[in-house]
Design a protein around this ligand. Structure first.
Ligand code: PLP
Length: 397
C-alpha cells in the first residue's frame, strides 16, 4: 500500500482518502463534508485563490455551490449565495450594502423577525428606517429621500397574503438610485421570479417551501450584479453565516422535488381557499386567487396563473377560543406547527406567534383577529384536505 512505511497513528489519517471514486461521477450529488481542500505547491495555492477555487469551508464549498447554481437558475438571476438561515441572508446583506446615514424603506407588512432585525440592528448601525404601507405606491414614492439606498418587501405578506407590486416598486427604487430587495419565501420562484419584474436582490428562506421537508435551516440571496455578489460574499465570510455542507446537501436533495411539491401546494391552497370562501361560518379568506380579493388583478399580473400563487392562506373564524380549539382538535390532517412550507399541511395562529406583540388597534388595521388562522398547504390530495377542514368547521354549527 501507498502508506505502508508509516506508523499506525499516521496511517489512520491517510488510508481511505485515495479510494477509487474520488474522481468518479456519482449519480447522486455527494456530501463534501470537509472544512478544507488540499492544494499542491505554492503555485497551486496562487492558482486556487485566483480562480476562486475551493479553499476553506466558510469561503466556498461544492454543496453550497451546487445549491446556489440551482437557485440562480430558478430565480433567473446570475449569482446566488447560500446562508445558514433566511435571517442570516437578510442581516448579512444589510451589513454588506447599507452604511450609517443611509435611508431604508420597508413594507409595513413584514415577517416578525425581519421587522425586529431592522429595528434592532439597522438602527444600531445608524441606518434611517421608515415603514410604509406598500399597497399605497404614492406613499412609497413620497417616502423616498436623497439618501434612500434600499426598498424592502415580501411578495405576499404574512398572514393575510397582501401582494406587493414588484414592477412598480422596482421603478420607484431605481428612479431613486436605490435597490429593491424582495423576500420570495411565501411564493417561491415557482410562482414568481422577482428579478424578472425588476428586483435587484432576492431572498429565500430555504427552510420553508424550497427544502420542503422541515428538516433544514438555510437561506439564499440571488443577485444579477457580480459586484454586489462579491460584497455580500465578503461580509458572509466575516459574519460566518455560510450554510454548512450538510445543510446545503439536504436542501439540494429536498429541492429535487420542488417542482412537484410546490406546484401542488399552491394548487391545494387555491382549492382550499375557494372551499373556505364558500363556507357559511368563515368570515373572510385571504388568498390572491379569490376573485373578490381587492388585489386579484395585481396578482394576475405578478403570478404565472390563478392556481399558482402561494401555498399560504389565512381565514377568519368567529373569535371564539373554545370553538377554535374544538376545530383544531377535530382536524385529522392539518397540525399546528411554528413553521411553513412543509409537505404536510400546518396551521399557525398569528395572535400566538407573529403578531403576538402587535397592539390590538394595529392588528385590526392589518385584518388580523383572534379568529384568524394561517394555513400552509401540504401535498395531500386537495379533496382530502378540503374534507378535513369542512368536517372540523362543523364545530361552529
Ligand atoms: C421563515 C422566514 C424568514 C426567515 O427564515 P429562517 O430560515 O427561519 O431564518 C424570512 N422571511 C419569511 C417570509 C419567512 O417566512
Amino acid at each position: 500500500m501507498e502508506f505502508e512505511n508509516y506508523s499506525e497513528a499516521t496511517r489512520i489519517l491517510y488510508e481511505g482518502h485515495t479510494i477509487k471514486g474520488m474522481s468518479m461521477s456519482p449519480e447522486a450529488f455527494p456530501l463534501f463534508n470537509t472544512t478544507a481542500f488540499n492544494m499542491g505547491d505554492l503555485n497551486d495555492v496562487d492558482k486556487t485563490y485566483e480562480e476562486k477555487g475551493y479553499t476553506y469551508v466558510r469561503t466556498r464549498n461544492p454543496n453550497r455551490e451546487a445549491l446556489a447554481q440551482l437557485i440562480s437558475f430558478l430565480e433567473n438571476g446570475k449569482k446566488t449565495l447560500i446562508f445558514s438561515s433566511g435571517m442570516g441572508g437578510i442581516t448579512t446583506t444589510y451589513f454588506a450594502l447599507l452604511n450609517p446615514g443611509d435611508h431604508f424603506i420597508c413594507n409595513s407588512y413584514i415577517y416578525g423577525e425581519t421587522f425586529d432585525a431592522i429595528n434592532q440592528l439597522l438602527k444600531k448601525c445608524s441606518v434611517e428606517v421608515d415603514f410604509v404601507d406598500f399597497t399605497d405606491l404614492q406613499s412609497v414614492r413620497a417616502a423616498v429621500k436623497p439618501n434612500t439606498k434600499m426598498l424592502y418587501t415580501e411578495v405576499v405578506s404574512n398572514p393575510t397574503d397582501i401582494v406587493a407590486d414588484i414592477e412598480n416598486l422596482a421603478d420607484i427604487a431605481h428612479e431613486a438610485g436605490a435597490w429593491l430587495m424582495v423576500d420570495n419565501t411565501f411564493t417561491t420562484p415557482l410562482a414568481v421570479k422577482p428579478m424578472e419584474l425588476g428586483a435587484d436582490i432576492v431572498l429565500n428562506s430555504l427552510t420553508k417551501f424550497m427544502n420542503g421537508h422541515s428538516d433544514a435551516l438555510a437561506g439564499s440571496i440571488t443577485v444579477d450584479d457580480c459586484a454586489l455578489y462579491d460584497r455580500i460574499h465578503e461580509i458572509r465570510m466575516l459574519t460566518g453565516t455560510s450554510a454548512s455542507p450538510h445543510t446545503a446537501w439536504t436542501v439540494f436533495r429536498g429541492m429535487q422535488t420542488v417542482h412537484l411539491r410546490v406546484n401542488k401546494q399552491m394548487e391545494n391552497a387555491a382549492k382550499l381557499a375557494k372551499a373556505l370562501e364558500e363556507h357559511p361560518i368563515v368570515l373572510k379568506v385571504n388568498h390572491p386567487s379569490i376573485p373578490s380579493n381587492p388585489q386579484h388583478e395585481l396578482a394576475g399580473r405578478i403570478f404565472k396563473d390563478n392556481t399558482h400563487m402561494t401555498g399560504m392562506l389565512s381565514f377568519d373564524m368567529p373569535d371564539d377560543k373554545d370553538k377554535i380549539n374544538a376545530f383544531m382538535n377535530r382536524l385529522k390532517l392539518a397540525r399546528y406547527a411554528p413553521t411553513l412550507g412543509g409537505i404536510r399541511t400546518t396551521l399557525s395562529h398569528p395572535l400566538h406567534s407573529s403578531h403576538h406583540h402587535v397592539p390590538e388597534e394595529d392588528r385590526k388595521k392589518m385584518g388580523i383577529s383572534y379568529g384568524t388562522m394561517r394555513v400552509s398547504c401540504g401535498i395531500e390530495e386537495g379533496e382530502d384536505l378540503i374534507r378535513d377542514f369542512m368536517y372540523a368547521l362543523e364545530v361552529f354549527q
